[in-house]
Design a protein around this ligand. Sequence first.
Ligand code: F6P
Length: 328
Amino acid sequence: MPEKIKKIGVFTSGGDSPGMNAAIRSVVRACAYHNLECIGINRGYDGLMKGDFVPMNARSVKGIINKGGTILKSARSKEFRTKEGRQKAHEELTKQGIDALVAIGGDGTFTGAMIFNQEFGFPVMGIPGTIDNDIYGTSHTLGFDTALNTVVEAIDKIRDTASSHNRLFFIEVMGRDVGHIALNAGIAGGAEEILIPEEDLGLDRLVESLRRSRKSGKTSSIVVVAEGDKIGKNIFELKEYVDENMEGYDVRVSVLGHMQRGGAPSCFDRVLASRMGVKAVESLLEGKTNFMVGLLNNKVELTPLDMAIKGKSKINLELLRVSDIMST
Ligand code: F6P
């Protein structure tokens, strides 16, 4: 580890998420504040191995706090998973005199950073950027709040057409293997049912519940399905099953897809990104390494990277109960 950190590299990796630009801005400005040099690394680990570096100062990040995506671009790199790839990255960093890294991304990004730290003793700090909210050690990942707002807006619009045509809509939302987006946006969008991987409702209980809600006077329904849910093989088979087993409902499917990852970050994500960037830089300056910054009880705290990767982000059981009661 260098005596004193003077030059920090920052990059985004994995699926982009709203708030990544705000986090880059925060890292760059925190570096400027502490008289450190800051280098932007393009296209995540790919750019790191190729030395695709760009010096950044406080003015390089003007006008980006409100922008979705990431100005540094992102990628999922296979080569960095090899020892040779990581060796190349280390050589590029040494050539440039970069002595610490801030990695903005999800668990794949953190796994790469942690291995890199173990192999070369290189100081790394992670900032959780993913819409999935599937990282242990933070109540919110960057982009989760914005994605929720995007999904709720979409559900509201679909409900208009669902109720006009007395239809049942299955709406698939992202979230990889977890149901945080589905559960939260489902409650906020007034979904009749929410299907998440953490809870196996079962096809028969789903049909039963839809019949019950129709009996109670509902003429249309919204079912939010997390992409990782295992109840049907996929959402289209789910539709087929309900078509075959429930008479009289006109069923449609809407897969929201990558629009959930785009758009201007919410106020919450901008503030969170600003706080996390400052904490990441200042923690490196204090000599800390191999941690992720996260939000815990409204404080920005550090969690060891291995815990952030291995620990599971738990579904909020109270939300599950509230969603059951709301669908009465
Ligand atoms: O991790 C973010 C995410 O958007 C997941 O919700 C989704 O499963 C995945 O990335 C999609 O990845 P890709 O952009 O490679 O299709």
